[in-house]
Design a protein around this ligand. Structure first.
Ligand code: GDP
Ligand code: MG
Length: 441
């Protein structure tokens, strides 16, 4: 995406705000990127439409192109859509034994994910977990789960030949209660395609187990198809969350957006390999960057916004070292102090801090004073702020009263301003190798 976009974006002019044309041009490419990432067509279309309304008219940050800015907005919106209300890593598994039902097509990674999740619940949450395979269709399926169970040190329900899935589910429930398990996981059979029998079987198991969580396991590489699968399972079985597997592959993970947009169900985990610890909590930021293939652009825009603030700070510092430190500067310094966590935060970042800190103690500054001092400066005229020496007794009285303070407070503030201005000037004179220069790096 980055390459293709930059071609288009280079032609865009830099303006104060994003024009409708800027946004449209950029979003055409974004739409293609979404489709390439296997986001389903209607989802991509709706998404782009929503972003278009948000982006038009937004201010463009200096030093990035309008196109890059649009991509940042797209990224933020993607993250927004992908972020659910709940913490994806936190399953509803209070009231032991809590059943978790695993559903999905054959080969999607249900059995693997069941074991991965069991391991996670055991190790992270200290849960006692029982796993049961309900897959009576494939001969080796039950043994597969059993072997994984031994490997990760999680119990599996003993295999009894000839039972149907509902019978196994009942036995798992009983065993989980009697055995004092916190969680029991039901790993169902899948088929290559959704059909009535698959759904009927899963529904019957659901009715027996009454699961707290029903996790739909979907191959993250399947793309467009994933949406139909998700819709069907959710309609017929009722899904509480989605696990995307094979996200270690080359796929762009567009299924995440489609699935979220169409079903509204949270994506809980992603599978990142065949190993038992290759399961991670879903992170919208990461998937969003991957879908757009442009993590670098987002970082760039964020950097540009930071740089702008640094540039402003540097400009101020240069003026200070020339002895130009007026009341407006003091005001923004005071406001900055409040933002940075008061005096201590500020002092730790300033050169010559120890000495100045002592002098300011004398001037009677504490964090509560900051707000009031800003108020004092605000009561001054523009001229007075530029040159506080202009202030005469009558004006001082009025300013102090206007800010609800005493003249002595104002005098302290003025004294502090003089001291700071002196200090800045001295530090500036220390020359090229001086402290200020170094502190600015
Ligand atoms: P099930 O039929 O849904 O139970 O699928 P399985 O759990 O048996 O998995 C099918 C295959 O996919 C196995 O070879 C797994 O090792 C593999 N697999 C499962 N999850 C992942 C994953 O996240 N990444 C990769 N690369 N392979 C996976
Ligand atoms: Mg299986």
């Amino acid at each position: 995406l980055s390459e293709r976009l930059s071609g288009v974006f280079d032609r865009l002019t830099k303006q104060g705000a994003l024009s409708e044309d800027d946004v449209k041009t950029a979003l055409r490419e974004v739409r293609v990127a979404l489709l390439e990432a296997d986001v389903s067509l209607p989802v991509a279309r709706d998404f782009v439409k929503a972003v278009q309304d948000k982006a038009t008219g937004q201010a463009v940050t200096k030093s990035v192109t309008p196109g890059q800015q649009v991509v940042k907005i797209v990224h933020d919106e993607l993250v927004h859509v992908l972020t659910g209300d709940e913490d994806p890593g936190k399953l509803k598994i209070d009231n032991p034994p809590a059943p978790i039902l695993m559903v999905g097509l054959q080969g999607s990674g249900k059995t693997t994910t069941t074991a991965k999740l069991a391991k996670r619940l055991k190790e992270r949450d200290g849960k006692r977990v029982l796993m049961a395979s309900l897959d009576v269709n494939r001969p080796a399926a039950m043994e597969q789960l059993q072997i994984l169970g031994v490997q990760i040190g999680v119990d599996t329900l003993p295999i009894v030949k000839g039972e149907d899935p509902v019978q196994i589910a009942k036995r798992a429930k009983t065993q989980a209660s009697l055995g004092g398990y916190d969680v029991y996981m039901l790993d169902t059979a899948g088929r290559l395609h959704i059909d009535e029998e698959l759904i009927a079987q899963a529904a019957a198991v659901r009715d027996v187990a009454n699961p707290r969580e029903t996790l739909l396991v979907v191959d993250g590489l399947t793309g467009q198809d994933a949406v139909n699968v998700a819709t069907e399972f959710d309609d017929k079985i009722g899904v509480t969350g989605v696990v995307l597997t094979r996200m270690d592959g080359d796929g762009r993970g567009g299924a995440a957006l489609s699935m979220r947009a169409v079903t509204g169900k949270p994506i809980r985990f992603v599978g990142l390999g065949e190993k038992m610890d290759a399961l991670e909590t879903f992170e919208p930021e990461r998937i969003s960057g991957r879908i757009l293939g442009m993590g670098d652009i987002v970082a760039l825009v964020e950097k540009a916004q930071e740089t702008l603030e640094v540039e402003q700070a540097e400009r101020m510092m240069r003026r200070f070292t020339k002895g130009q430190f007026n009341m407006n500067d003091l005001k923004s310094q005071l406001e900055q102090m409040m933002k940075m966590g008061g005096m201590e935060g500020m002092m730790s970042m300033m050169p010559g801090a120890a000495k100045m800190s002592k002098q300011m103690d004398g001037a009677g500054i504490d964090d509560k004073m900051l707000t009031r001092q800003v108020a004092l400066i605000q009561s001054m005229t523009k001229k007075e702020r530029a040159n506080p020496a202009l202030l005469q007794a009558s004006r001082k009285k009025r300013i102090a009263r206007g800010a609800g303070m005493e003249v002595s407070d104002l005098n302290k503030l003025l004294k502090m301003h003089r001291q700071m201005a002196d200090m800045m000037k001295k530090m500036g004179k220390m020359g090229k190798g001086g402290m200020l220069k170094q502190a600015m790096k």
